[in-house]
Ligand binder design. Structure first.
Ligand code: NAD
Ligand code: IPM
Ligand code: MN
Length: 356
């Protein structure tokens, strides 16, 4: 089988980091009996410029037929006044592919420790399981009037149940602890989440379960991030907390993500945006994209081995301080990428030799 991968190059630093991710994909799969076809299609600002639509129908069709979707990042000042902004395309593709579960890892590996801005004595390794296709991002009515505007936070039982199950299943494969983050002291939707989550938690007696209000949780992520294993939360809170969590590892530019539904292709993307402030300078951190490729290989193509090879090479580059300016280094995007590829080739040869 040849893996079919849709490639959404995105805007500003998008194409720069996608190129890095694809170079690493090529290097790690060489001689590894993993064949793939890439299908680059316009999306976001590029979609608007080329086809007048942030999510052109042809792009969506390509993604639906693919085994996995790789996306870099979209949006930026060029389209801030567009009638339909690039971000609309992002929300639409998540909805169209039913990608209701967004997994955003926060790991301070031993190699990363030197870049963390917090005093972290205990190991930090948690995932944010963010609901991605409902809540205030999608609720209606959504209106702007002369003297007021309106968004709607809405969750159905089914929408909550399915993401809660993803969270608990994930905890079962990890340290078996779930923290539901909400605002149940104020919001009805949060109270509803608590009711449903408590019910589902009863089906997972091995998993310890607690709750935290989102304001306190945002403090705990900085004060004592080692306490978290799975943070389960709704769409908007997950968006905000994941950027905060990213920063305690050293940089937003290093964090990948996976978005998945029940069937169909999963989508892999950095959690950050298109970083217009540094675009075109060749200094974007490619780690978020490279690690998204690693997540794709492990989760969509059952190649944990290739994923591990990438992650080992990433850690080696970090250990050797071959890092971009967001982590305080002086390396360029290409230098980081080439360093990682060199390590991959060494690791690859090591695995390869005994059979030949
Ligand atoms: P951003 O995430 O693009 O940037 C925030 C800060 O982090 C900037 O200083 C940027 O330089 C830095 N940064 C982000 N990624 C980096 C990387 N790989 N290497 C080095 N530094 C990096 O957020 P923003 O500036 O608020 O948004 C810019 C645009 O991106 C907006 O249009 C926004 O809507 C869009 N956006 C898109 C996505 C996505 O495509 N999934 C996610 C978030 C924001
Ligand atoms: C993210 C982004 C998006 C979101 C925006 C660009 C719509 O911030 O993927 O985290 O809020 O989900
Ligand atoms: Mn975000």
């Amino acid at each position: 089988m040849t893996a079919q991968i849709a490639v959404l190059n995105g805007d500003y630093i998008g194409p720069e980091i996608m190129a890095a991710g694809l170079k690493v994909l090529a290097a790690v799969t060489e001689n590894e009996n993993f064949d793939y076809d890439l299908h680059p299609v316009p999306f976001g600002g590029e979609g608007i410029d080329k086809l007048g639509d942030p999510l052109p129908a042809s792009t969506l069709a390509t993604c639906k037929q693919a085994d996995a979707v790789l996306l870099s990042a979209i949006g930026g000042p060029k389209w801030d006044k567009a009638e339909r902004r690039p971000e609309t395309g992002l929300l639409e593709i998540r909805k169209a592919l039913n990608l209701f579960a967004n997994i955003r890892p926060t790991v301070i590996s031993p190699a990363m420790r030197q870049y963390s801005p917090i005093r972290n004595e205990s190991p930090v390794d948690f995932v944010i399981v963010r609901e991605l296709t409902s809540g205030i991002y999608f609720g209606t009515p959504r209106e702007t009037h002369e003297t007021y505007a309106l968004d709607t936070m809405r969750y159905t039982e089914n929408e909550i149940e399915r993401i809660v199950k993803v969270g608990f299943e994930m905890a079962m494969k990890r340290r078996k602890h779930v923290t539901l983050v909400d605002k149940a002291n104020v919001l009805d939707t949060s109270k509803f989440w608590r009711k449903i989550t408590a019910r589902i938690a009863a089906d997972y007696p091995e998993v310890t379960y607690d709750t935290s209000y989102v304001d306190a949780a945002s403090m705990k992520i900085i004060a004592n991030p080692g306490q978290f294993d799975v943070i389960l939360t709704e769409n908007l809170f997950g968006d905000i907390l994941s950027d905060e969590a990213a920063q305690i590892t050293g940089s937003l530019g290093t964090i990948p993500s996976m978005s998945k539904g029940t069937d169909g292709p999963a989508l892999y993307e950095p959690i950050h945006g298109s970083a217009p402030d540094i675009a075109g300078q060749g200094i974007a951190d490619p780690l978020s994209m490279i690690k998204s490729v690693a997540m794709m290989l492990a989760n969509s193509f059952d190649r944990q081995d290739l994923s591990d090879t990438i992650m080992t090479a990433v850690d080696q580059a970090i250990d050797d301080q071959i890092v971009t300016p967001d982590l305080g280094g002086t390396a360029t995007t290409d230098e980081v990428t080439d360093t990682i590829i060199k390590t991959i080739k060494k690791v690859g040869q090591h695995n390869y030799e005994p059979n030949h």
